[in-house]
Design a protein around this ligand. Structure first.
Ligand code: SF4
Length: 442
């Protein structure tokens, strides 16, 4: 691996050389042009257009613009590459019109839409990815949609926290131009129940995010952004990852449960104060750093007839997600489940070149998680669904395995070094772990 040439011309890399190398590699892999035709989730109706995809499920509709891709991140698990076609206001107008037509068609069939989500292949409020002019057209067309379709009660936008605001010369955190537009739009549409910003978050542990996920978030700025949105009556929903890569399963469960608690704890009590969380499992996708590293580890293992260290395992059973939600119940925070939904996973028809690896055993829990999403009362309440799932023999098996797992002695930085050395030399990493009994290089 020629790290030097990989780093050439790259901006905003970490000072630490190992991390700078890994970030550069992750950007390069993610930058590869990818097929943005998303795989289809069972039960979700999808309409594919040249510049956008539309998704419909019950009373929910989504338009996803196929933009030139995320300009902000290099997250190790994300395959959000790009389309090479720049969106123009004309294209955006046409795609928004098609979205309206689809919603009206549904209405005619008696399937009213109550909630809509607008996003792109990264951040719809990032002018480097989705121009100011394009966003203006989105609001113009959204105005038309809301005028004609009175059932819509909730409008969401998915974006990165850095697009929400900025610090002025006096050091005050102020709304970005894009958020200012949303605030003005919201003021004109007082009849719409909720406006929501959906944000990536993954974990509340900044060391983990910086060292192993390559997702830089400044906690204080993030909290300020959430606060600013709240002051303007906009709700905030964040994604938390279950089955975090490069952690042991025991660590994954503890990390994800703690991240949910931190995300939902109020700002004044030291948390992030968001309104709701969507928990999602890692699907290892092609064109991601994770996929690349797991491949290298596999080759290394085959060549040397060894096993992966515990933190490099690449099996992500869905039971880890169940265990995460069960941790909340065990911690006496069953009340939080009301605010924690789960993302779609598994149950998909894959496009021919898709290579997502779904969580193991997803099909066993699929129907239960469909019910879980509905957030019902009584027998099928979220807590009762989780309490039922933890009685499944497969969960018991998983739980037993995790209980017997030894604690990993590698720090997150040790693990980054391990990965770096593995990629650099296809050589036995020099750090050793007495628990896994591998990695005993010189
Ligand atoms: S997770 Fe979000 S911020 Fe990270 S690379 Fe993907 S789109 Fe960008």
């Amino acid at each position: 691996m020629n790290w030097e040439s990989l780093r050439k011309g790259q901006k905003a890399l970490p000072k630490n050389e190992i991390l700078a190398d890994l970030y550069s590699l992750s950007r390069k892999i993610k930058g590869t042009e990818v097929n943005t035709t998303l795989s289809q989730v069972e039960g979700v109706e999808k309409k594919t257009n040249k510049y956008s995809n539309q998704f419909f499920m019950n009373a929910f509709g989504q338009i996803s613009f196929i933009s030139t891709g995320c300009k902000l991140g290099q997250c190790c698990f994300c395959s959000y590459g790009a389309s090479s076609v720049e969106l123009t206001p004309k294209i955006v107008a046409e795609e928004m019109d098609k979205f309206k037509v689809s919603i009206l068609e549904k209405q005619r069939k008696g399937q009213d839409i109550y909630a809509i989500l607008l996003d792109s292949v990264g951040s719809i409020l990032d002018y480097n990815e989705f121009s100011k002019e394009c966003l203006d057209i989105v609001f113009e067309k959204l105005e038309e949609i809301l005028k004609e379709i009175k059932t819509i009660e909730s409008v969401s936008f998915e974006t990165h926290y850095q697009t929400l605001g900025t610090y002025d010369e006096k050091g005050n955190y102020v709304a970005s131009n894009a958020i200012q537009k949303l605030i003005e739009f919201k003021q004109k549409h007082k009849d719409i129940g909720t406006f929501v910003i959906e944000l990536g978050f993954e974990s509340s542990n900044s060391e983990l995010r910086d060292t192993l996920l390559f997702k830089n978030i400044d906690n204080e700025t993030y909290k300020k952004a959430v606060d600013l949105l709240h002051q303007n009556g906009i709700e905030v929903e964040v994604n938390v990852m279950a089955t975090l890569p490069f952690l042991t399963q025991k660590e994954q469960i503890a990390q994800s449960a703690q991240s949910i608690i931190d995300a939902l704890t109020s700002y004044k009590d030291g948390g992030f104060g968001v309104d709701s969380v969507t928990l999602f499992p890692l699907n290892v996708r092609k064109h991601t750093f994770c996929d690349y590293v797991f491949d290298v580890q596999d080759n290394f293992n085959n060549k040397n007839n060894v096993n992966s260290p515990e933190f490099m395992h690449k099996t992500f059973p869905i039971w880890s997600m169940v265990a995460t939600l069960n941790e909340l119940i065990k911690a006496g925070r069953e009340d939080l489940l009301e605010k924690v939904s789960v993302a779609w996973f598994g149950g998909r028809q894959l496009s021919a070149d898709a290579s997502e690896v779904y969580p193991e055993d997803w099909e066993i829990t699929y129907d239960d998680f469909v019910e879980y999403r509905k957030n019902l009362k009584g027998e099928n309440s979220r807590a009762n669904i989780i309490k039922r799932l933890v009685k499944h023999p497969k969960f018991k098996e998983f739980e037993e395995k995790v209980k017997n797992q030894k604690d990993c002695e590698f720090s997150y930085m040790d693990r980054a070094e391990y990965i770096h050395r593995l990629i650099s030399e296809m050589n036995m990493p020099y750090i050793s772990c007495p628990n896994c009994e591998i990695g005993l290089g010189e």
